[in-house]
Design a protein around this ligand. Sequence first.
Ligand SMILES: NC(=O)c1ccc[n+]([C@@H]2O[C@H](COP(=O)([O-])OP(=O)(O)OC[C@H]3O[C@@H](n4cnc5c(N)ncnc54)[C@H](OP(=O)(O)O)[C@@H]3O)[C@@H](O)[C@H]2O)c1
Length: 207
Amino acid sequence: MRIGIIGAGKIGGTLGLSWARAGHEVMFSSRHPENLLDLVGQAGGNGLAGTVPEACEHAELLVLAVPYDHLDDALNRMGDLGDRLVIDATNPYRFVPGEGMHRLIPEDTSAGMLLHQRLPGTHLFKVFSSIPARWLTQHAFQEPDWMAAPYCTISQPLISTIENIINDTGFEPVLVGSFQQCQRIELFGEFSNKPLTAAEVHEQLGH
Ligand SMILES: NC(=O)c1ccc[n+]([C@@H]2O[C@H](COP(=O)([O-])OP(=O)(O)OC[C@H]3O[C@@H](n4cnc5c(N)ncnc54)[C@H](OP(=O)(O)O)[C@@H]3O)[C@@H](O)[C@H]2O)c1
């Protein structure tokens, strides 16, 4: 699949490398694509660098992985997303040195729900927000049981496509529910930063 990474930093860059290794064609994007040469090199023949609009043009799947306070700007650069397939890995926080994490949206909603309301025509999947970037290298394809990648969506027809994409990172997809459930997989939610196997997430969900 052709994948466009919007925000090729810690989480976006690591995800993109996982997918490039799995054989996908990944365009990493940046406001300064000339800085992405190292990342593209690590991706072997499957990595490309481009601007945000170039990644949108290139991709069948777009992955949003920018700091939340840059999300508006990134979405403006992306243009009309229509019915595109989108993964949202963001968490609605800003780190303030000496103070910690500041929540950027009201307590009674989630970044996933707000994005769904903003982009209602897209096929949106909220996933990877709960997984620290370093785990994607440290815990991928973990034996004997893969670690879970809990996700939320309402796009039933594209679930198998995205579950295959999640599997390619070495994590096991577990559907948590619709966007009402997103807080559970965003930072400080019950499934965030927890090294749970898929069976353990299913058990907590009562499946
Ligand atoms: N780090 C983690 O472990 C982790 C885990 C799960 C989820 N998340 C979430 O994922 C998001 C990214 O976190 P991160 O830690 O990966 O951040 P990061 O390392 O700082 O990387 C963010 C990337 O976004 C790009 N970017 C920033 N503003 C942009 C804009 N206006 N338009 C286009 N690209 C822009 C930057 O590239 P340029 O400056 O080159 O444009 C940078 O490479 C956050 O919402 C975070 O909460 C992070």
